[in-house]
Every structure is written in C-alpha cells, then in structure tokens.
Write a protein that binds this ligand. Structure first.
Ligand SMILES: Cc1ncc(COP(=O)(O)O)c(C=O)c1O
Length: 434
C-alpha cells in the first residue's frame, strides 16, 4: 500500500481552470471534475499529430492512431484492474448501462449466441436495484422491465444512508436475475458493501452491475477482485474528457451477451441478409468511437496513477471528515444519510461507521436549496443544487432538492473551511436564524 501523501495546493497548478481562478472553491466534482493540462494536451496532441480513422485505414497514420487508441484501452482497463478486452468504450456511464440493458433485452428476444439465453428475462423475473440509484441506473431497467415483463425490486436505505442488507437478503432470491447498484451513491457519498451484495447475487445465480461513477475518481478500484459481472464508469468525473466512459465486463459475460448497437466496425463478415460479429470489446463498439476522448481518459488515469489512488483516497478522507463534522455543527443543517440527522420514515440505522467519499448533501432548514446555492455561488463556492438525478432517494428523505458539496483531489482544507463558513451564513442571511 502506498504511503505517499498528496499536496493539493501544488496539484492545482496542473489544472488550468483552477490555476486561473485561484479564488474559486470548486465543490462540484461529483457532477464533473476539472481537467489537468495533461488531459487537454493528450487530446490536442492526438488531434494535431496522429488523427486518423482507427481500425479502418491501412496507412501509417491510421496504424499509429489505432495503436494509441488501443494503448489507451489497455491503460484505462489496467486502472480498474481489468484486461483490455474486458473494457468497452461508451460515451459515458449512462450509455454503458443502456448498452447492458438493451443487450440483455436482445438476449430476451433470442438474439445472440445460444449462450446468451442465460441472460434472457421472462415475465416475473426480478431486477433488483437500490433506493439510492442515479436515474442512469434506474430508468434503463424500468424500460427493460416494461419490455420484458420483469419486475423491479428495490433495496431500501436506512435513515443513516446505508443499505438495508437484511432486506436485501430477503429481496434477492430465486427470481432475481440482475442486481444493479451504485458503488458510491452520488447523493450520500457512502461506499456500499459490494462484497455482500455480490455474494447474495451469486447465491441467487443473478448477474451484477456496479455503477462505479462516484468511486472510480476517489478509491483504488479493482473490478475483477470485486467480483461484479459488469460495471460502468464515467470519464468526465475522473479528470477525463466528456463523452467517454467504460463498460467493464467479465470475459464470459461479454462473450455471451448479444450486441446492442450494430453497424460498421463490429463485424467479421456481412452479406445482404446476415452478419457475423467480432468478439468483445469490438462487438459492442459499432460506428466511430470516441478516439481522442479515450486518449484523454488514458492521460487522466495516468495522472491519477502517478499520484496514487491510495493517496487520493487518504486526502479526500480528511476532507470528508472535515466537511461532515463541520456541517453537523451548523444549526439548521440536515445531512442526507447521516446518523446525526436521522430523517425519513423507514428503518433507522445500518451498521454504524461506514466508509465515504468527500461528498455531502444537505438541506438548509427554511431556505430552498436553489437559494442556498446562489448564496454560496455569490461567495465563489460552486456546489450543485437540485435532486442530482436521484428523485426517489430525495423523496425517501422527504425532500425534493438538496445542496451537494463534492470534493476531489485538488480541493484543500481551506476550501472546506471557506465552504463551511459560508454555509453557516445562509440561514442568518435569509432571516431564518440569528
Ligand atoms: C452515480 C452516477 N451514475 C451515473 C451517472 C451518469 O454518468 P454519465 O454522465 O457518464 O452518463 C452519474 C453522473 O452524475 C452518477 O453520479
């Protein structure tokens, strides 16, 4: 395990936007992260010196571009502990989850190799999600259930934000075909117990899909070691470019899944009536791929690797504690999913101390989240307000909107202190506290 520490002040010099706006307190990295110069340079460098169509041309430049593109796959796959053929490029996590859902739907329709029938859903089969999903890991499954007659079940969250594992044990059973859940909720910041859920899903013979959007930028990640069948992550949240993400799959799962999008670049032979498909990952990569973005994402994970994800995690853990403890002390602040500010109506608390990333969502008593966000913005503090694409979870806590502060490796303890000072001023400013 690395014992390296991280100096966020020095790091900020690598991020042109942060270096150019030293007064900005950017606490919206869960929505999208800032990009280091190395990522910008990698994309621009590819476009200015090596741009050509990958996997298509016979000329030298095309071969060079293909090599860079496939090297990027190897680098990014390695970052999550995977082999290159286990990483499918997508335009983001939403696209990755939709790919999985539509591929499973195609298995239901009898498309794909005979091995794909193991994924087929019949009416009454169950897809298990959690109450804490981002809409990206909810709506594709709502749609798949509507197309197949499958039934959605949801693992509830306790008042303290942890998943109710007792209920999970009751819900995951003989009819469960898929368990899809977030590694880290984008509202609660809690790291979910992947091992427990994978083991329950395995016992039931169900497939697992992990939404790793909010863990990949913050924790060391080894997807094969976590034992999940499928997982998605999002480039723009982990210092990388927009419109790039990854779908990881266990080899046997990807090999058996039918494709979703079809067309050029994913085939071996085509007649006017039929087509044979390439093995994964190309089978899932029809059409032109996000080439410069993949190369940018490889630069992002090289940047993170050079710092060391253990060091990133340790630094962000300090920020997390400071932020959470500071918020707890401010009167009128109700944190979503925190033992100190129980809320909601269902069962109370999970297992006590849990691991978290540096992300807190909260309600300011008597002040609408949007007003609170504007107040913070006027003081140079960028946070997100709204439901953060998690309406059911907000409803669970009796809210429609919250304020979310989310840190990354480039945030300092001073950022957190400036944020806490400003939050303490919200209620007095709006005249709901002295
Ligand atoms: C937990 C979670 N899942 C999925 C997504 C969607 O990711 P993308 O922007 O890559 O589609 C997000 C983005 O906010 C997220 O936080």
């Amino acid at each position: 395990m690395s014992t390296a520490t991280l100096d966020p002040v020095a790091l900020r010099a690598d991020f042109p936007l942060l270096a150019g706006q030293p007064e900005l307190v950017y606490l919206d990295s869960a929505a999208t992260s800032q990009k280091p110069q190395a990522v910008i340079d990698a994309e621009v460098g590819f476009l200015t010196t090596a741009n050509a169509a990958v996997h298509r041309g016979a000329h030298t430049l095309a071969a060079e571009a293909t090599e860079l593109f496939e090297d990027a796959r190897e680098t990014v796959a390695g970052f999550v502990g995977a082999r290159p053929e286990q990483l499918v490029w997508t335009s983001g996590a939403t696209a990755g989850i939709n790919l999985a859902a539509y591929a499973i739907g195609n298995a239901t329709l009898g498309r794909g190799a005979p091995a794909s029938t193991r994924f087929a859903l019949a009416p009454g089969d169950e897809i298990v999600l959690t109450e804490s999903e981002h809409h990206a890991n909810l709506i594709p499954w709502i749609e798949l259930a509507a197309r197949t007659g499958a039934v959605l079940r949801h693992i509830p969250v306790h008042d303290d934000g942890t998943l109710d594992l007792d209920r999970a044990g009751e819900i995951i059973g003989g009819r469960t075909r898929l368990v899809a859940f977030p590694h880290v909720s984008n509202v609660l910041g809690i790291v979910n117990p992947v091992d427990r859920l994978v083991s329950m899903a395995r016992d039931a013979g169900a497939l697992t899909l992990l939404d790793a959007c909010q863990s990949a930028p913050h924790l060391p990640l080894d997807l094969p070691a976590l034992g999940v069948d499928l997982a998605v992550f999002s480039g723009h949240k982990m210092l990388g470019p927009y419109a790039i993400g990854g779908l990881y799959g266990r080899s046997d799962v990807l090999e058996a899944l039918p494709p979703f999008l079809t067309g050029g670049s994913m085939i071996t032979t085509v007649t006017l009536d039929e087509a044979d498909y390439l093995p994964p990952p190309q089978r899932f990569e029809a059409g032109t791929q996000p080439v410069s973005q993949a190369i940018g994402l490889a630069a992002a994970v090289r940047y993170l690797d050079a710092i060391g994800m253990e060091a990133v995690h340790a630094h962000e853990r300090l920020l997390e504690r400071r932020m959470r403890e500071g918020l707890r002390e401010i009167p009128g602040i109700r944190l979503l999913g925190d033992p100190s500010t129980g809320s909601g109506t269902a069962s109370g608390s999970g297992t006590g101390e849990v691991e978290r990333v540096a992300l807190s969502s909260f309600d300011v008593d008597g002040v609408h989240a949007h007003d609170a966000g504007q107040f913070l913005d006027a003081r140079g503090i960028a946070v997100r307000v709204g439901h953060h694409c998690a309406q059911p979870l907000h409803r669970r806590f009796g809210m429609t909107a919250s304020v979310r502060a989310s840190a990354a490796l480039y945030n300092t303890e001073d950022d957190v202190d400036a944020f806490l000072d400003a939050v303490a001023g919200i209620r007095p400013f709006f005249g709901v506290a002295s």
